[in-house]
Design a protein around this ligand. Structure first.
Ligand SMILES: Nc1ccc(Br)nc1
Length: 444
């Protein structure tokens, strides 16, 4: 199946039009999306295997959901960017569906679906691709993979402390230290207190937080204007901005008193961080609100201390998400950790690991009629758990040696007729050049 100019074996896009000339397909992936050729896939697998190993260490169970969800899962009315950029469409059954922009709503849906058949607390994790339809003017990606860990059914901040501990464990595993990265921590209960004080209706809470999350991204006058449009009085806006500039937990306690939930939660979290041994990673930062409407309590984000990159990860408590889906509320918290910013950080720090292809054996028949014999040798080695790159065509030895060098093969197993007659094969250790013949039964 070859079209003009295509490599033999390359897929041609279909039957040639009457002109006989085949239009070459665009071989790039859709705008804003990535392919993962072998080298990139090895790095991705290395990162995701670390995500999974940390999740296992923390006793979390892996779950998964469809990348395509009912659009209604994400149509929150809080002015979130995630909603504006929803990759949604009407399918052939006239259903409104969307490529998920995040994983938490799917997780909440599954928890509700499971209902009483699961016992709390649930500790679930997943690694999944998330999508946004970003106007390409900004040339940003339209997909990324996120590692999510969620604890469902634990109201106390031990849950948030455990989640942050798991991220610290991940960072340490990949060579990132507290001098590279920190966590900004705050609580939305700080803002909630202000809004209550100015009798701003509860249903505006998510929307106000989403606006305030943009405080470092758009001019302050725009923030004030959006808050005003949302129905927040000038006075309340002033007080909100004041509170967001509080520089320490001590100052917060001074301002709000030590009996409010926000101060109590944050003090408890910093105490637990001390006990977990990662307090050097944390700092209180009243300006952290995160951009998702459903957070209700502690919120946190991982940032690079050189301030060159966007947030590495982020999360928080979301105690009322379930009721927005018509179910009884369950206390919950979780985080998302993307696969892109962390790789940028690892590159910055020179921490991208060397991940070469590991081939134990290249098995090669020295002439055409020994192909089946070579296949037998390959199977024998594979049954012993060794991987084999079996030469599948009649190739000159020069070609085999070149491939062995490129694939970093450990040894060459050569099936030649005279040796094969005596039930033996030739072996060449490529690192030392040592070569010998060995009985097939003794090949290990
Ligand atoms: N939510 C979301 C989805 C996809 C990308 Br890229 N970034 C954020």
């Amino acid at each position: 199946a070859t079209g003009p100019g295509a490599r033999s074996g390359a897929l041609s896009p279909g039957p040639a039009p009457s002109s006989g000339v085949v239009q070459k397909i665009d071989v790039n992936p859709p705008k804003g999306t990535r392919d993962f050729p072998p080298e990139d896939m090895r790095l991705r697998n290395w990162l995701f295997n670390n995500f999974r190993e940390v999740s296992r260490l923390y006793g979390f169970e892996e779950v998964d959901f469809p990348v395509l969800e009912n659009e209604a899962l994400f149509t929150r009315k809080a002015g979130e960017e995630i909603k504006d950029q929803l990759y949604c469409f009407e399918d052939q059954g006239k259903r409104r569906v969307a490529l998920r922009p995040e994983l938490t709503p799917s997780l909440a849906r599954l928890v509700i679906q499971k209902g009483k058949s699961v016992s709390l607390p649930l500790k679930w994790f997943t690694v999944g691709q998330c999508w946004r339809y970003e106007r390409m003017t900004r040339g940003r990606r339209r997909e990324h993979y996120q590692w999510n860990m969620d604890i469902i059914g634990v109201p106390g901040v031990m849950a948030e402390a455990e989640l942050i501990a798991s991220i610290v464990t991940l960072f340490k595993r990949i060579g990132i230290t507290e001098s590279d990265v920190g966590f900004k921590v705050s609580s939305r209960k700080v803002l909630q207190g202000v809004l209550k004080c100015y009798s701003i209706p509860e249903n505006l809470f998510g929307r106000v937080c989403v606006i305030i999350d943009k405080i470092e991204k758009i001019p302050i006058d725009e923030i004030k204007k959006e808050l005003k449009v949302a129905g927040v009085s000038e006075e309340a806006v002033q007080e909100l901005l004041q509170v967001l500039s509080i520089k320490s937990l001590a100052e917060l306690e001074e301002r709000l008193g030590s009996h409010g939930e926000a101060v109590a939660d944050l003090k408890q979290l910093f105490l637990l961080a001390e006990k977990f041994g990662y307090s050097k990673w944390l700092q209180f930062d009243a300006s952290v609100v995160r951009g998702l409407a459903y957070y209700t309590g502690i919120v946190f984000e991982g940032f690079d201390r050189e301030r060159k990159l966007r947030a590495i990860c982020g999360g928080g408590r979301y105690d009322h998400l379930f009721s927005t889906f018509g179910a009884d509320d369950i206390a919950a918290c979780g985080f998302g950790f993307g696969d892109a910013v962390i790789v940028e950080l690892l590159k910055e720090k020179g921490l991208i690991p060397e991940l070469s292809l590991q081939i134990d054996n290249i098995v090669c028949a020295l002439d055409e009629d020994l192909q089946a014999a070579a296949a037998m040798v390959a199977s024998l080695l594979r049954e012993k758990g060794q991987n084999v790159d079996l030469v599948l065509e009649n190739k000159p030895l020069k070609w085999v040696f070149k491939r062995a060098a490129r694939t970093n093969a450990q040894r060459l197993v050569l099936v030649g007729s005279s040796e094969w007659q005596r039930g033996m094969v030739g072996v060449k250790i490529l690192s030392t050049g040592e070569q010998y013949t060995v009985k097939l039964d003794d090949l290990k």
